[in-house]
Design a protein around this ligand. Structure first.
Ligand code: PLZ
Length: 458
């Protein structure tokens, strides 16, 4: 190769408008963020909180730039939304072009091609080799709501089952489907009825094999609900807000087999785990699980609001014409962005990038775990990694959660220009959900800050 030839990888490498580095130039939050925060306090509901009240002016790749000029390495990606990278060129261009052409018609009045193309891409990339159809909506919770509606219509049954430690949203039905009442449901009742919470698989804490955990779940469903009344079982293949629990091997396929045998629709809530997050298009693939319905949201449109229910054609078609829809569902701009996201996943080799990020994070975290005994477990797949922190010396059986350590680490990192998110039923999980544009250098930099944060815990 001569000097003038550019290797293929370099030629397609993304160009960043923001230098991909951490930069702290003021106290955190800085003066302009503090001003904005004071304005916000007067007009934004106190019910809407912010984990880190720095106000963001620009974002690109794996970096957030605040109004004071501080640059944060972003290990949250808006809770797994900007998976392809902040302001990914292809996505921004597709959305901008679409804005010039048509912004809204309402698909249920006069349809357009972009909606159809997104449904084609979802049919192609969701697990399962059968005829699939989709409905597009606006948010993850709305996808969950529609998945349940569709399953109830298809089965003619009433009950909905979820697993312990689940998170499914903030609407009336989905509040009832969450494991944690607080802060999501406290004082907002009455909640929707006919929702049952069955035991999950949480290997670090229950020590059960997939077969044993599934047997326990099935016993619960058979005894407490009864298969003949059960419309659907909704499961996150890797639980997100609950703390990135990777179920024991065989757990998910066993539940699917039981659902199939009893005519129960099994729904994968892939809202946090899907769209290339774990190194596959959908995390279900890691477990050999082919769900009846798959829910997509978050990462699907690079930051624009879009969500989907995709699944077996016969289930999706059980709804009467006019039964599904919504004013903004499948908005043309969001759909154009989603098409670009699917293209970016291929063009930027993001399934492989997700594996790269996961391997580097895990290796770095394993080194930290050798030195800091608060790290109880490192788990996750691809770029969906977490550490569960425990009280040191509380032993294998108790493993007392250590939410204070998580809060301290997050606060320390924020002061040093790194954004980490917490998770976990007990608030003791630190999760890593970076955009797949994050470089090895940024990962290492984030891990260095985390190391210093652990040292500062004392
Ligand atoms: N299902 C698995 O992770 C959203 C919530 C952020 P919406 N999780 C982040 C917040 O503070 O509200 C989520 C999820 C899983 C459903 C949802 C709900 O998706 O797009 O937030 O409605």
């Amino acid at each position: 190769m001569t000097d003038t030839q550019i290797p293929a990888e370099t030629a397609s490498a993304p160009v960043y408008s923001v230098v991909q580095e951490r930069r702290v130039v003021t106290a955190i939050p800085g003066p302009r963020s503090q001003e904005l925060h004071a304005r916000r306090a007067k007009v934004v509901s106190a019910g809407v909180s912010s984990a880190l009240p720095v106000y963001i002016e620009r974002a690109n790749g794996g970096i957030l730039v605040d109004v004071d000029g501080n640059q944060f390495v972003d290990f949250g990606a808006g809770i797994g939304v900007t998976t392809v990278g902040h302001t990914e060129q292809r996505v921004v261009q597709a959305a901008a072009d679409q804005l010039q052409d048509v912004v809204h018609t309402l698909f249920t009045i006069t349809p357009y091609e972009e909606y159809v193309r997104v449904a084609e891409l979802l049919a192609e990339h969701t697990p399962g080799n059968w005829e699939k159809k989709s409905v597009l909506v606006n948010s993850g919770a709305e996808a969950v709501e529609n998945g349940v509606k569709i399953a109830r219509k298809f089965t003619g049954r009433r009950a909905v089952a979820v697993l312990d430690h689940a998170y499914h949203g903030r609407t009336n039905l989905t509040m009832a489907m969450n494991y944690k009442a607080h802060p999501y449901a406290t004082g907002y009742g009455p909640l929707a009825g006919d929702v049952y919470h069955a035991p999950s698989s949480y290997p670090y804490r229950d020590g059960l094999s997939g077969a044993d955990a599934a047997a326990r779940t099935i016993t619960y469903l058979e005894k407490v609900v009864g298969a003949s009344d059960l419309a659907c079982l909704v499961v996150e293949p890797i639980q997100g807000e609950g703390g990135f629990m990777v179920p024991a091997e065989g757990f998910l396929p066993r539940l699917q087999a039981w659902c199939t045998e009893h005519g129960v629709v099994m729904i994968a809530d892939e809202i946090q785990s899907g769209m290339a997050r774990t190194g596959r298009y959908y995390a279900s693939e890691h477990f050999g699980w082919e769900p009846d319905l798959v829910l997509s949201a978050k990462g699907i449109a690079g930051g624009l609001p879009l969500a989907a229910v995709t699944g077996r054609a016969e289930i999706m078609d059980a709804s009467q014409p006019g039964g599904l829809g919504g004013t903004f569902g499948g908005n043309p701009v969001a759909c154009a962005a989603a098409i670009a996201v699917f293209e970016a996943i291929e063009a930027n080799h993001l399934l492989a990038e997700s594996e790269r990020i996961g391997a580097r994070l895990k290796a770095g975290l394993e080194r930290l775990a050798q030195r800091y005994d608060v790290i109880g477990e490192i788990r996750g797949l691809g770029a969906m990694i977490a550490i569960e922190l425990v009280q040191p010396g509380t032993g294998q059986t108790t493993r007392l959660p250590n939410p204070d350590a998580v809060a301290s680490l997050i606060a320390y990192a924020a002061q040093h220009g790194v954004l980490f998110l917490s998770a976990g039923t007990f608030g003791n999980v630190l999760r890593f959900l970076p955009s797949l544009a994050v470089s090895d250098a940024l990962i290492d930099d984030g891990l260095r800050v985390l190391d210093d944060g652990f040292a500062a815990l004392g």
